[in-house]
Every structure is written in C-alpha cells, then in structure tokens.
Write a protein that binds this ligand. Structure first.
Ligand code: COA
Length: 247
C-alpha cells in the first residue's frame, strides 16, 4: 500500500531509531482504521499519530487500540495587521544566520534542547540520547536547507551564538516560528522575547498577515511571551505513540 495524506513511512525516524516508523499528522475517527491497516501492511513497529483535541471519538478509539499519549501541542496565532509589532526592548544582537553557522547552532541546540519535554523524550522506549539528536539534527538542517526553514535568526553575544530561531512561510498569508532555543548561559535576559518580535517583523517583511507558533502545553515560558505579545490560542493536538510489537 502506498503512502497517503493520512499516514506515511518516516525514513528519518527509522534511520535515527533503527525501528520501522510511520507518521500520521492528522488522525480522525474516520481515518484511524485505514492508518492502522497501513501500518500492518507496511510492517510498521512505531507510529507517531497526531489528532485534533476536539476529536475525542478518535482519542477514545486510539486508547482502545493501545495508543499512548505523549504530548499536547498548542498553536497560537498573532494577527500582524490588526495591531502593530511592538519595539524590541532587548539589548542582544539578533540577525539572520549565515550557512556556515550550522556548527554554532548545533552547540546551542545540544545545550538547550537536551532532555526537551517533547513526544520523543516522553516515550520510555526511545533512547533519550537519540531523542536529543532529533532536535539537534532538525536545527542544523534548518540552517543548511531552505526546504526546512526559509530563514534562521541567531542571537549573538560578544561574537558567540547564544540562540537561534527557525522561520518558515507556510503560505502567502502565514509565517511560522518553528524551532527556537537559547543557550542556558544566555537565558532569562529577553532573547526569546526578541526572537518572537523579530520573527513577527520577518513575517510582515514576507507579506504575511499572521504568524503562528506552537509548543507543548507544558512549555509555560514561551506561552507567557506569546500572550504578552498579543498571540491567541488557536488550536491544539494530542500526539500519541503506538507500538505494534506489543500486545
Ligand atoms: C524557552 C526558552 C527559549 C526561553 O528563552 P529565554 O531567552 O530565556 O526567554 P526570555 O528571557 O525571553 O524569557 C521569557 C519569559 O519566560 C521566563 N522563563 C524563561 N525560562 C524559563 C523557565 N525555564 N521556566 C520558567 N520561566 C522561564 C522568563 O523569566 C520570562 O518571563 P518573565 O518576564 O516573567 O521573567 C529557553 O529557555 C530554551 O531554549 N529552552 C529550551 C528549548 C525550548 O523550550 N524552546 C522553545 C520551543 S517552542
């Protein structure tokens, strides 16, 4: 059976964890049976499945089928035209990265995202070191490839990269702040706040009228920043993992 919009094999996860993996970005009650069939037909061992928090019928069906909840993702949106972008009160230099800064971004990602509380780390069956690597690879690929991020911002303190923010234009109207991290030694001095303000400016410069961001519901620090800057909760998803090699 070939991949469908509802489910696809995930070669990148398979390579990282050494386990045949599939991803389903939008499970619904109606599509769940065909997603499970796809996994059986393709010898999938590990399925990462996301469903809207509004579809409780799908949640209950997944629970019946041995899916385990790993995280809850919240999406916030900011209309950039209704209200202007505030001045950045930060004192740290924030600028576009250059392609040769991937090694510096890697160091920040390794320090800041170690043990990050996303769905990978929540699963006791996955090696935490490999879970860390998933975020680090994503950050490094974002700097190197315009297919993953359209631009990456970096914060610089005394010539050293202190944080990064990856940005993507989803369509003509919407920009997205995708992955952010600030090195532990540079945290709590407003760099993340600056990244979000500069991200809003970036979206406007690309012609977008709104910016979206997402995180685990447990990530209070970033949601505090978003709410203060006028972002509003827009939608949420549960991430489930299903292991097909356990009864
Ligand atoms: C979350 C993170 C980006 C914040 O970066 P930062 O530059 O330290 O953030 P800021 O200095 O702009 O602070 C933002 C607010 O969050 C608070 N905050 C920062 N880190 C916090 C923490 N670990 N716990 C609770 N609050 C925190 C700050 O105190 C500030 O709130 P305040 O004004 O009430 O004091 C950084 O801690 C990090 O890289 N964490 C790991 C990766 C991560 O969570 N990335 C975001 C994924 S969406």
């Amino acid at each position: 059976m070939s991949d469908s919009p509802d489910v696809a094999l995930s070669p990148i996860d398979e390579k990282r964890f050494g386990i045949r993996t599939a991803r389903s970005p939008l499970v619904t009650f109606d599509t769940l049976p065909s997603i499970i069939d796809f996994c059986h037909q393709n010898q999938v061992i590990f399925l990462i499945a996301r469903c809207p928090t509004t579809d409780l019928k799908a949640v209950h069906e997944m629970e019946k089928n041995g899916f385990n909840l790993m995280d809850t993702l919240v999406y916030y949106e900011r209309n950039l035209l209704k209200k202007g972008v505030p001045e950045d009160p930060g004192e740290t230099l924030v600028r576009l990265s250059t392609p040769d800064e991937d090694a510096a971004v890697q160091v920040v990602a390794e320090e800041a995202l170690h043990g990050y509380f996303g769905h990978y780390h929540a699963d006791p069956r996955l090696d935490p070191t490999l879970c860390d690597q998933a975020y680090v690879d994503w950050a490094v690929r974002s700097v190197a490839s315009r297919q993953i991020a359209d631009d990456v911002l970096v914060a610089e303190i005394s010539g050293k990269i202190a944080g990064f923010a990856t940005l993507r234009l989803n369509n003509a109207n919407e920009g997205e702040g995708v992955l952010f991290a600030v090195a532990p030694w540079a945290q709590r001095r407003g760099i993340y706040n600056s990244f979000i303000i500069k991200g809003m400016e970036w979206c406007l410069s690309k012609g977008a009228s709104s910016m979206v961001v997402s995180t685990q519901i447990t990530n209070i620090a970033v949601q505090k920043v978003w709410v203060r800057l006028g972002f509003e909760l827009n939608r949420a998803y549960y991430t489930f993992h299903k292991w097909f090699d356990t009864p």
